[in-house]
Design a protein around this ligand. Structure first.
Ligand code: CTP
Length: 431
């Protein structure tokens, strides 16, 4: 989610560096707005390096994009840590004399102020009144911690530890977002993930295949499919956000691949055979393989080097097809025989149902046939799933992993929510 981290001029600004790191590790986008005076404690370069975002303190930079309004409008949450006595006073008065106070005034997002100052300043009538007024307006002002202050003195006024602030930040974000769904494989139900948990895929290597393959008939024609690539991209992004190093093998897609995104490398392929080679190179080293690509099951038996032309005699060309390799089944088979290969393999099934069986029954059969650990079922039809942002998925777990036989969990939501659920389901089986 998007957080604005305001930093005002207190010695505790150095602790906000760790707070920023915690926010980033949890996958949040953070824009840091230091007050000009706070740069005496921690410089702009530190904020830029850790947030990976440009940092300004003045209302007069980025005027063209109306930065002071935009940051506040786009934020899900604004946190100011440390919030000095001066910052509290300016916020209470509604002053707008730097980028941080202007942003506070221009935002409708929830605001969490985390005070840090000397005990005398915290206990002063002025500060007490400012805090009361701010709280009365709905701004959350955390209680400062009690302990050793800058000098030899002790008392209330210390900045709470970054972990403690982050805990409150996570609670607030969870309230704002509502439950995001993760997958509890044993229970077969969705639950809101523990915001304190370690990123699920920290240090793991993940290979995601995405998009459709294209099987050439002649130099200008091909057999293709309607895969948009959106689900695969959402999976690559969710895995990277969960701390993994991701290799995205991208087929033909309607949307841009996440090139130049931290922790994601992109490799382009077109045909099923190229995909097979790429997976063969990458999968043995991966902790997790997610086969979200829509692979053409058949390819033309022969490729015409010249464009196929209409003939005078009115004969229609006959295209004969042959089977493409089943990359998913082959990878699982290889893991079984060689003992190498991805720790967890996730397959996908796009099913319309048939006269004999509903989509779920077909998916259950496919899970067993392919031998993968998890299978994600998308029901498809003319208007369902392909290219849509909303999706309904069923996650099926292999009976060899689950305690009960092939439990199924259903989720309806955005492709990103589906991706998060799939990633946490898969992560639960990594050893
Ligand atoms: N898959 C694969 N290689 C293929 C075909 C599919 O690796 N040649 C993978 C897909 O990436 C997906 C899963 O297998 O993860 C299921 O794909 P799907 O096309 O639904 O299954 P099929 O094997 O084609 O089964 P069916 O013919 O019954 O639809």
């Amino acid at each position: 989610m998007r957080i604005v981290l305001g930093v005002s001029a207190g010695i505790a600004a150095y602790k906000a560096v760790h707070l920023l790191r915690l926010m980033r590790e949890a996958g949040h986008q953070v824009d840091v707005i230091p007050t000009p005076a706070s740069e005496k404690f921690v410089g702009r370069a530190t904020w830029e390096a850790i947030s990976g975002r440009p940092v300004t303190t003045s209302v007069f930079s980025g005027v063209d994009e109306v930065r002071h309004v935009r940051l506040g409008q786009e934020a899900d949450l604004i946190v100011v840590a440390p919030a000095t006595a001066d910052l509290l006073a300016r916020a209470r008065a509604g002053m707008a004399d730097d980028l941080l106070t202007t942003t506070l005034l221009a935002t409708e997002a929830p605001v969490l102020l985390v005070p840090a100052m000397h005990t005398e300043m915290w206990n002063s009538a002025a500060t007490a009144e400012n805090v009361e007024v701010l709280r009365g307006r709905g701004t959350e002002v955390m209680e400062p911690a009690t302990g050793r202050l800058t000098g030899k003195d002790t008392g209330p006024g210390r900045l709470p530890e970054p972990e403690q602030i982050f805990e409150r930040v996570s609670e607030l974000l969870a309230e704002i977002q509502g439950p995001t769904y993760a997958y509890a494989p044993r229970a077969g139900t969705f639950y809101a993930p523990d915001p304190q948990a370690q990123p699920a895929l920290l240090g793991r290597s993940v290979v995601v295949t995405a998009g459709g393959t294209r099987e050439p008939l002649d130099p200008v024609r091909y057999l293709g499919n309607r895969s948009s690539g959106k689900q695969g991209i959402a999976l690559a992004e969710s895995a990277a956000a969960a701390g993994a190093q991701v290799h995205l093998i991208a087929g033909i897609m309607d949307v841009e691949a996440p090139e130049n995104v931290a922790n994601i490398t992109v490799e382009r392929i077109e045909t099923a055979e190229q995909l097979q080679a790429a997976v063969g190179r990458r999968a043995p080293e991966a902790d997790l393989l997610i086969m979200a690509a829509a692979v053409a099951d058949f390819r033309p038996t022969s490729y015409a080097a010249q464009k196929i032309k209409k003939t005078e005699d009115g004969e229609n060309p006959v295209i004969t097809l042959e089977r493409n390799p089943d990359i998913l089944a082959e990878t699982v088979q290889h893991r079984r025989t060689e003992g190498t290969g991805p720790g967890v393999v996730v397959g996908f099934a796009a099913e319309t149902g048939s006269a004999e069986a509903d989509p779920l029954q077909l998916a259950q059969a496919k899970l067993l046939r392919k031998g993968c650990d998890l299978l994600v079922l998308n029901q498809v039809g003319e208007t369902l799933v392909f290219g849509q942002d909303e999706t309904e998925i069923h996650i099926l777990t292999s009976p060899t992993l689950a305690e009960s036989s092939a439990p199924v969990t259903t989720l309806r939501g955005t492709k990103h929510q589906a991706a998060e659920a799939i990633i946490s389901a898969a992560a639960a089986y990594l050893v």
